[in-house]
Ligand binder design. Structure first.
Ligand SMILES: Nc1ncnc2c1ncn2[C@@H]1O[C@H](COP(=O)(O)OP(=O)(O)OP(=O)(O)O)[C@@H](O)[C@H]1O
Ligand SMILES: [Mg+2]
Length: 593
């Protein structure tokens, strides 16, 4: 589970993360950096000139006092003019910098979202099964928010602060080495203390993000499981569990923020200590005549420039840390191995037979679902797969479509292993109506069209008539333009399944897969669908998975699956003669109906 994922963030990893983020929009990043440097250079030079201006006034005043002259006004005005210009240019660059930072941030978040969704669509089914939905949704909401926070309010300030600190430090060193040395010593000591505290706060943040992910999962479950929760009167327990988790979230977040909040006062204390030390050392230097008062004032101005970004950064450390952890989780997800699809070989035609040879498969290593399965299907044959629930019927179909890869054995089409084909071209030969009818949040018309994007409106209506959906669709005020929500809630289970049948009809595929296609409709509709399916299956190779045996009477081959593999196989008459599972089930179903 991602929630409990260890987040070890060494300096190397942080560098890698920042580098990967920057690489997404290199040019904009460089431009942002240039703007930052230029605006900072202006901010650094101005105080030097300010010190000069003060010295001009002090020297001039001294001359006035001993009547030897006056203040050099032209020089003073000139210096002040340069200072003003520098501040103005600095502001323009800092505006550009802010503008490009927000642009880079939104661009990066956009790119990441796009990559995440692409990733979801290209992961192998087996990795999707392992992922919890909530943890992926959390990437889009929680992690993205942390990253944005880190970017907008922290990352940008961090870069500019770092540049300011370095520039200022260089200038401070040129003014006085020993005073600067003392300041560096104080800051280093403070950083050690803060880094130790940071270790604690990170521990709480990791716990926070783990419960936050769980809570996201829960809210997703509670929302989509409303009907079940209400009908089971499970509201209170659901609420209790959720509140418990949110409480824990609150608890961890509070601890994280509390420890992080101590950073600022510590840094503040350290910077005040710096001023005191500079005042003492500076006083001694002035008395010794080694330094002018103007220079001391300039130094203090720089010290302020040096301390402010440091204090800013310590205030931002928690956000930065959160952003790094979030980015790490996003990149870990993006680094997951994708579904293999190495060969570009196209499946162009299907002429002869599909063969399962000694096929074995399990979703997990320790539990085999399909064991040594053999089956030959000639082109045009109708194969029925029946058997108790959980025996692996749907699994067989998933293997044929290469949604999962088999552990041993071989599945071939016209003698060629299906692993040699491009997955998309393989799947493009198969039309399916699956157990869970899946509809998109789009119009009814478009939902049918997904079967064949080139289908005309007339073709859609024809297919819809064949699938017996035309009548009920026309009863909606918007007809074929009726918008479905993502779960297709406005339709009954049976109507949803009929729509997916219409989708399969329009897809005109050579191989058809019908998984419990008629399980959700009444007997009269079932008969109608049966007729249209029979028509659809003419000259097609089809796999029909069914519980109701009346629907598969005229299949060419019926496979009965049990927990241990194939129990019986043969056509209707052969199986009746065997008086086994098929015979018994058929009899009991006839009695019941
Ligand atoms: N994604 C999955 N991950 C792990 N195990 C799975 C997965 N899907 C199915 N299984 C397991 O594989 C076995 C066979 O499942 P399958 O869906 O093929 O059964 P089925 O014969 O189609 O059953 P039903 O008649 O209920 O549709 C079951 O025991 C099920 O628990
Ligand atoms: Mg099934």
């Amino acid at each position: 589970m991602m929630g409990s994922q260890e987040n070890k963030l060494g300096l190397r990893k942080i560098n890698k993360i920042i580098f990967r983020l920057m690489r997404m929009h290199t040019a904009a990043f460089i431009f942002t950096g240039i703007c930052a440097i230029l605006s900072i250079i202006c901010a650094v030079i101005a105080p030097i000139l300010l010190g000069d201006a003060i010295n001009i006034v002090i020297e001039g005043s001294a001359r006035i006092i001993d009547h030897s002259g006056t203040i050099d006004f032209p020089k003073l005005y000139y210096t002040l003019f340069i200072i003003g210009t520098l501040y103005f240019i600095g502001n323009v660059f800092s505006y550009l910098y802010e503008y490009y930072t927000s642009k880079v941030t939104t661009d990066i978040l956009y790119t990441l979202r796009e990559r995440i969704i692409t990733k979801i669509l290209s992961l192998p089914m087996s990795s999707i099964d392992e992922k919890e939905k909530g943890s992926v949704i959390s990437l889009f909401s929680n992690e993205m928010d942390f990253l944005r926070e880190a970017f907008v309010s922290s990352f940008s300030k961090l870069t500019s602060s770092l540049i300011t600190v370095i520039f200022t430090l260089v200038v401070m060193l040129t003014i006085n080495i020993s005073m600067t040395g003392v300041i560096i010593l104080v800051v280093l000591l403070t950083l050690v203390v803060i880094l130790i505290l940071q270790r604690f706060s990170k521990r709480y943040f990791n716990k926070q993000i783990a419960v936050q992910t769980t809570a996201t999962e829960q809210i997703e479950e509670i929302f989509s499981g409303q009907e079940v929760i209400r009908s089971l009167n499970y509201e209170e327990q659901a609420l209790e569990e959720f509140i418990g988790n949110v409480g824990e979230w609150n608890n961890q977040e509070w601890k994280f923020k509390f420890i992080s909040a101590t950073n600022y006062p510590i840094m503040d204390l350290s910077s005040n200590l710096g001023y005191v030390l500079v005042a003492i050392i500076g006083g001694i230097l002035v008395i010794q005549g080694a330094m002018s008062v103007g220079r001391i004032l300039t130094f203090i101005e720089y010290l302020k420039n040096f301390n402010t970004p440091l204090k800013d950064v310590t205030k931002l450390l928690p956000q930065l840390q959160a952003g790094m952890v979030a980015a790490d989780r996003i990149f870990t997800f993006l680094e997951m191995e994708e579904e293999e699809n190495p060969s570009g070989k196209e499946l162009k035609s299907f002429n002869d037979e599909i063969k399962f040879e000694n096929v074995s498969f399990g979703y997990t290593e320790d539990k085999k679902i399909i064991d040594n399965f053999n089956l030959t299907v000639k082109k045009g044959e109708k194969i029925s797969i029946i058997g108790e629930t959980g025996s692996g019927k749907t699994t067989l179909i998933k293997l044929l479509m290469r949604l999962y890869d088999i552990d041993s054995g071989e599945i071939t089409i016209d003698g060629v292993n299906i692993n040699e084909y491009d997955k998309h071209s393989l799947r493009s030969f198969m039309g399916m109506v699956l157990q869970e009818s899946w509809l998109f949040s789009d119009t009814i018309e478009e939902n049918i069209r997904y079967g064949n994007l080139d289908a005309s409106d007339d073709e859609i209506i024809t297919a819809s008539k064949q699938a017996n959906t035309d009548d009920f669709i026309r009863k909606f005020p918007d007809g074929y333009k009726t918008l479905l929500n993502e779960a297709g809630d406005s339709l009954s289970q049976g109507q949803r399944q009929l729509l997916t049948i219409a989708r399969a009809i329009i897809s005109q595929k050579e191989i058809l897969v019908l998984d419990e296609a008629t399980s959700n409709v009444d007997t009269r509709t079932e008969l109608l669908i049966q007729q249209s399916l029979d028509k659809l299956m003419e000259n097609k190779t089809s796999f029909i998975i069914a519980h109701r045996l009346s629907t598969i009477r005229n299949a060419d081959k019926i496979i009965v699956l049990g927990r241990g593999g194939v129990i019986e196989q043969g056509n209707h008459e052969e199986l009746l003669a065997k008086k086994g599972y098929y015979y018994n089930t058929l009899n009991s179903q006839n009695e019941n109906s």
